[in-house]
Design a protein around this ligand. Structure first.
Ligand code: NIG
Ligand code: FE
Length: 425
């Protein structure tokens, strides 16, 4: 799906005060794997043709690389004794949209519930109107600017969802924008089709008919264009309930798409259990997910996606990420950047909330934003940790240790961003 000729580089990162990385080429399931972050003092990382060839104590660096660097035949980056972590993977966003809903944010702040605004024709419908009216060029510019902000915060891989078109043409336009931005780089974009994000005005009160339309007319077109890796649905009471969700997800699976589910955000409908039953890559939100469904997700290897900035913005109790890890799930933390429920892509705030309010350790929080996010996208064998064989996606922090990530709360500590061995920030 991705353009094969992504630019890659050779780079030696030297003088790393603390190299902090999860380890593993598989999803970090459960407490031991999520908490396993290796910290190496006095480290170096060698990237060749975009891939990590060595990551570990500087003393162990291959002699040939040292010689090449010494002779000026290898680009060098002096980390100046600072901490280095893997590039962050934001595994759940809706970053391609037009317009804004700032006034709704203030209505909610005054106490109007999210679903009430939705029922009054506000909410997603307003972003759909604005996105349908936007040209591909407009959407490209908006998406590009948001990716630039994310990159400055250390995000080297982003999942993006359609779902502000709710018609064939606009859904495909959103996906085309993501493909174009992925080609442009340096941020890698993983596209997800979210046609059943809301019921469009044309199908008001007829969710099953809209799902029929999506299944019969939109999914095959998305498939024919190779425009998405995953298919997602807003499985929620009063929107797309279990029966419609199952029908859509089963069709998507039969066409070869990976599955994702917006599950159990507002009421405990059982979306997480459905995700487990269908072998989804992830179920996300999960504010109200039942203990039983969390257990089923762990068993089925469904990555638990928690979106703490959304709970923060909606002033809802956070998802029980602790229970999800303890039940044996891999956890991904992501921004959910979107114009409604969460207009923020603040990775720094996620670190602070993870450690202060989700009951997670710092290693677990770091893993959830790197290897856990990669696992949510099926990319854990290539991304999410700094080990020989993985892509050279890394961040030099403006801090001596990873503790500063939650400690310097809400502040951007990213000093240098490297994507596939190239310095991009
Ligand atoms: O993940 N819950 C549904 N979808 C988005 C919100 C979209 C919007 O409000 O525009 C979410 O939170
Ligand atoms: Fe979302």
């Amino acid at each position: 799906m991705r353009a094969p000729a992504r630019p890659v580089g050779d780079l030696l990162v030297e003088n790393i005060g603390e190299l902090c990385t999860p380890r593993g080429f598989t999803a970090p399931r459960g407490r031991e794997a999520m908490g396993r972050v290796e910290v190496t003092e006095g480290a170096a990382v060698l990237v060749k043709a975009g891939r990590i060839e060595y990551a570990g104590p500087a003393a162990g660096l291959p002699a040939q690389a040292k010689a090449q660097a010494h002779e000026g035949r290898l680009a060098r980056l002096d980390a100046g004794g600072r901490a280095v972590v893997p590039g962050f993977v934001d595994s759940h966003t809706h970053f391609v949209f037009a317009g804004h809903r700032a006034e709704e944010f203030l209505w909610r702040a005054e106490g109007l519930p999210y679903m009430e605004i939705h029922k009054r024709g506000g909410g997603i419908a307003r972003s759909v109107t604005a996105t349908r009216a936007a040209s591909q060029e407009d959407l490209l510019a908006l998406g590009r600017a948001r990716l630039k902000t994310m990159l400055s915060l250390g995000v080297t891989t982003v999942e993006g969802k359609s779902g502000y078109g709710l018609d064939l043409e606009t859904e495909l336009r959103q996906l085309a924008v993501m493909a174009e931005l992925d080609r442009e780089g340096p941020v890698e974009v993983v596209p997800t089709f979210l046609g059943p994000h809301s019921i469009p005005g044309e199908f008001k009160g007829r969710p099953a008919d809209y799902v029929d339309f999506v299944v019969k007319e939109v999914l095959p077109a998305v498939k024919a264009q190779g425009a998405a890796k995953f298919c997602d649905i807003f499985c929620e009471k009063g929107i797309f309930e279990l029966e419609d969700s199952r029908r859509y997800l089963e069709t998507a699976a039969s066409l070869g798409f990976g599955l994702k589910v917006h599950a159990d955000e507002i009421v405990a409908l059982g979306g997480a259990g459905l995700a487990a039953e269908l072998g989804a890559a992830s179920a996300d939100h999960l504010l109200k997910a039942s203990e039983k469904d969390i257990g089923l997700m762990a068993k089925a290897g469904v990555v638990a996606g928690c979106l703490p900035l959304t709970a923060f913005t909606l002033r809802e109790p956070y998802a029980n990420a602790r229970a999800m890890i303890d039940a044996g799930c891999a956890l991904a933390l992501a921004s959910d950047l979107n114009p409604g429920s969460c207009y923020s892509q603040s990775i720094p705030l996620i670190f602070a909330i993870g450690v202060l309010y989700l009951g997670l350790s710092l290693p677990e929080t770091l893993t959830a934003l790197t290897l856990g996010g990669a696992a949510s996208l099926g990319l854990e064998s290539r991304l999410g940790s700094l080990e020989a064989g993985k892509d050279g996606d890394l961040l030099v922090l403006d801090a001596p240790s990873m503790a500063f990530l939650p400690y310097h709360a809400g502040m951007n500590l990213v000093r240098t961003v490297v994507k596939a061995g190239r310095i991009v920030v």
